[in-house]
Design a protein around this ligand. Structure first.
Ligand code: B3K
Ligand code: ZN
Length: 848
């Protein structure tokens, strides 16, 4: 496979002014007629090269003359029209086969719905085009299809006209006034139900809002619609950005490679991020919908109005838009919980990626398959980088800088450097060193040393910057570090944001006593803190910063588990501090997070050679200890907050479910019949999916008898509902009970399972790759199963396969035996005949 480099970027030789498309949709094929007005930008260019992948050409007309075959060349992934003028009209007619498209890129069918996914390079699978984000055209689209089968025909922008044909077919013409790159083009055709609403913008413009879904699911769109209106209002208030068309359409489809897509005026969503009601969706699902709906809406300005010059700039729109959706969720829900959840996700996914052979800067400088770079690094670390800018500039200057960015670059395709120019100019800050965050990979470590002498407290900070994947050295970063100092009674005596730029920094504070340090408050920088001296128990009690308090609880937990792993006893101070939190009257959602023990992933990240069993056993031991010691208190909290008939979604109801399920989970480590009975009752009596899933998870892990009955009941009740069946498959794939792999293999035969549907593959196989116990089974059976799946699924959907292949990125850190087993499978995958470049890129980097 070929590697593409950012340094090879060249401006387009031609651009497309307008693109008028006609789609004639039939069951067996679709005919596309593509009329483009094309202008030469580089006068020295002779041939026009259009991207074209797996297209069946019918004919080409240049300025209304049918082209003879010697005037063009069909190359492997392009169509070359020879010797063209400075300005011309080109009409291309081609055929495609959406019903056979299992990659889910370009135009494909999800069930009975025609839909598209064109970011980043899907449009070239629809019609020959200059398929790159810096070519922006005005699109007009006509769809023609059977009126009975596809009454709803949608594309970007506004409806221009409708027509009926004699043969039972009908058509609609759409036009989008905003020039856009091809990756934002979309169409949908289907027999869909719709939920309608409206929004009046701050300046009084009326916007029609529609959410389309399979008929029968209309009642499950309420939360998505509410979230959309909240997002529209938030963007007006926080960024001064209004919606710019009079129609906003969202369509939910079942087969989708990722969460959703921000096509101009016609978002297409994975139905998991639209459909929800209390019987079928968990609280986490509701939150996910709110944030993804907002994310795609926010792209209208950060992504669509201002887009990326090339795909190396992806974080320009993604990091920024994730930051915006995180702030939105924080404003609408709990700020403290949101921040902790975001950091948790970053560390579980991005930190692991950043410490693997797949590490890359948020702005990568090369790729084989661009689809492999829609990563936690580009998205979540990208968002942390924007957050640091926000912290450095402060709210006001940040807003000024965003205004300048919108004013300067509207309707353009730009680079991260252009964004930083706006930040630096309006923010009145030199960001030259800050740019390293865009070009260096790996998670920085900060060594923290403290000294107190003669009324002076000295804080010495040393940046340890990891090498890049290719072994080259990287330089110190510039970042904000928020700290607090507490006195011995726990009172805060100072809070300050230090600016760190040198490899070694020293800060002096005059005090009459040695203070206790609370560092990286709010997780002000995405780094790892390495502190010589720690006061976790003290900070768990006294820290006034909600993130730092949580962090102290996590780090203290990690310290105790690691010491258990070395054969020591459980430290009493930790146990007392944990008890203190149990007794506290903190906000219940936040408290539930404080009570969460460190994850296996958090512990693995600290090991050079991973020993899963040792980690497991130690965590289990700690859980049991806490559960038996605090049993009464945990039961008391459980019964106080367990309210099986409550299906409300307000903060208090969600918080109640969260804390009581945390308590029940901890209690379940006792593996007693009493706990199984409680979980079983919760399964039977609770009305919410949140409670049912929590109960099933516990039953599956502690009682095969109860589990069998409950899972059967669940299956009988929900087998027709794919979104719920996803939960069924993932609960079983995550099981620690004996025989999980055998059951996972058998579940592939379940009538509700379908390898063509990415959500189902993620639920069953994807979840299994995170089941450390069975994926990393010593006999290599887990690796073999997943490798087989990667090879199979690669033939269907390379993007899905390469995302499964990411599970092997832990390879280098495995112990000798596991490593040997995994190596066999990696080599088998990489030597597979006609492997996609997607999987090849991931696996070859892992075994290199
Ligand atoms: N921009 C899309 C992602 C497209 C991914 C293509 N493999 C969704 C989003 O980030 O909002
Ligand atoms: Zn996005």
């Amino acid at each position: 496979a070929k590697t593409i480099y950012l340094k090879d970027y060249k401006a387009p030789e031609f651009t497309v002014k307008t693109c008028d498309l006609v789609f004639e949709l039939f069951e067996e094929y679709t005919q596309v007629t593509n009329l483009m007005q094309i202008v030469k930008m580089d006068k020295s260019a002779k041939d026009l090269v259009l991207d074209s992948v797996e297209l069946e050409l019918v004919e080409i007309h240049l300025n209304d003359v049918k082209l003879e075959e010697e005037r063009y060349v069909v190359e492997k992934e392009s169509l070359r029209v020879l010797d063209v003028e400075d300005e011309f009209k080109l009409i291309i007619i081609n055929k495609i086969y959406p019903h056979r498209n299992s990659e889910l890129e370009g135009l494909y069918k999800s069930g009975n719905i025609f839909c598209t996914q064109n970011e980043p390079e899907g449009f070239r699978r629809i019609t020959p085009y200059i398929d790159r984000p810096d070519v922006m055209a005005v699109f007009k689209t006509t769809l023609v299809a059977s009126r009975e089968k596809y009454p709803v025909l949608l594309s970007n922008g506004n409806t221009e006209s409708n027509f009926k044909l004699d043969d039972g077919r009908h058509g609609v013409t759409w036009s989008d006034p905003y020039p856009k790159p091809s990756y934002l083009f979309a169409l949908v055709a289907g027999d869909l139900g719709v939920v309608k609403d409206k929004y009046i913008t701050a300046s009084g413009k009326y916007v029609r809002l529609n959410i389309y879904t399979d008929k029968g699911n209309e009642s499950k769109c309420k939360h998505a619609m509410k979230s959309l209106k909240e997002a529209m209002q938030w963007d007006e208030e926080k960024y001064g950005r209004e919606y710019d068309l009079s129609l906003y359409n969202i369509v939910a489809v079942d087969s989708f490679n990722m969460g959703a897509m921000e096509n101009k005026g016609l978002n297409i969503f994975n139905s998991a991020y639209v459909l929800a009601d209390e019987d079928t969706a968990t609280d986490a699902n509701f939150m996910g919908i709110q944030s993804v709906i907002a994310h795609e809406y926010f792209h209208n300005w950060t992504g669509n109005r201002i887009t990326c010059r090339d795909w190396f700039q992806l974080t320009l729109k993604e990091g920024l838009t994730v930051f915006r959706d995180q702030c939105f969720s924080a404003d609408l829900n709990s700020k403290e919980v949101q921040r902790i959840e975001d950091v948790k996700a970053l560390r579980e996914r991005q930190f692991v990626e950043d410490n693997s052979p797949m590490a890359h800067p948020i702005q990568p400088d090369s790729y084989m398959a661009i689809n492999n770079f829609y990563t936690a690094t580009v998205y979540e670390k990208g968002a942390e980088v924007i957050r640091m800018l926000h912290t450095l500039l402060g709210e006001q200057k940040y807003r000024k800088a965003m205004d300048l960015y919108f004013d300067t670059f509207d309707a353009q395709a730009v680079r991260t450097d252009d964004f930083l120019w706006a930040m630096s100019k309006a923010g009145e800050m030199n960001l030259e060193q800050f740019k390293r965050w865009y070009h260096q990979s790996g998670t920085p470590k900060l060594d923290v040393d403290e000294k107190f002498e003669d009324g002076t407290y000295t804080l010495t900070l040393i940046q340890k910057i990891p090498h890049a994947v290719d072994g080259s050295e990287q330089k110190p970063h510039f970042f904000p570090l928020k700290i607090g100092l507490l006195d011995e009674s726990g009172k805060e005596i100072l809070e300050k944001t230090l600016l760190i730029s040198k490899e070694k920094e020293e800060f002096l504070f005059k005090t009459s006593f040695k203070p206790v340090l609370s560092i990286n408050r709010d997780f002000s920088a995405p780094i790892i803190i390495d502190q010589k001296e720690t006061h976790y128990g003290f900070l768990m009690k006294h820290d006034t910063n909600s993130f730092a308090k949580y962090e102290a609880a996590q780090l203290f937990g990690i310290q105790i588990i690691e010491s258990l792993m070395q054969g020591n006893d459980i430290n009493d101070e930790y146990v007392r501090a944990y008890g203190h939190i149990l007794e506290s009257d903190l906000d219940i959602s936040y408290k539930a997070l404080l009570l969460e023990l460190p994850s296996i992933s958090a512990l693995m990240q600290r090991q050079n050679v991973v020993d899963f069993e040792l980690i497991y056993d130690a965590i289990e031991k700690l859980q049991k200890h806490l559960a038996s010691l605090y049993k009464e208190k945990l039961l008391e909290i459980y019964s106080k907050f367990h309210n099986p008939l409550c299906v409300d979604l307000d903060a208090n109801s969600i918080g109640s479910r969260s804390i009581k399920n945390r308590c029940l989970k901890l209690l379940s480590s006792l593996k007693s019949n009493e706990m199984a009975v409680m979980a079983n009752e919760q399964y039977s009596n609770s009305l919410t999916m949140t409670d049912k899933v929590a109960a099933l998870d516990i039953l599956e892990n502690i009682s095969s008898e109860y589990s069998a009955v409950a899972f059967k009941h669940f299956h009988d009740k929900y087998r027709q509902n794919t979104l719920v069946m996803n939960k069924y498959f993932s609960l079983l794939a995550a099981s620690h009970r004996e025989g999980t792999l055998e059951r996972v293999i058998a579940l592939q035969k379940d009538a509700a399972y379908n390898e063509l549907v990415p959500n189902l593959v993620r639920s069953l196989v994807g979840t299994f790759t995170r089941n450390y116990k069975y994926f990393h089974a010593k006999d290599g059976s887990g690796y073999k199963f997943v490798a087989d799946k990667i090879i199979d699924i690669d033939k269907i959907n390379p993007q899905m396969a390469s995302s499964l292949a990411g599970a092997f990125k832990i390879y280098k850190k495995l112990n000798v035996q596991n490593k040997k087993m995994m190596k066999v499978e990696l080599e088998r995958v990489v030597s597979t005949h006609s492997l996609s470049k997607n999987v090849y890129e991931i696996v070859s980097k892992i075994i290199k």
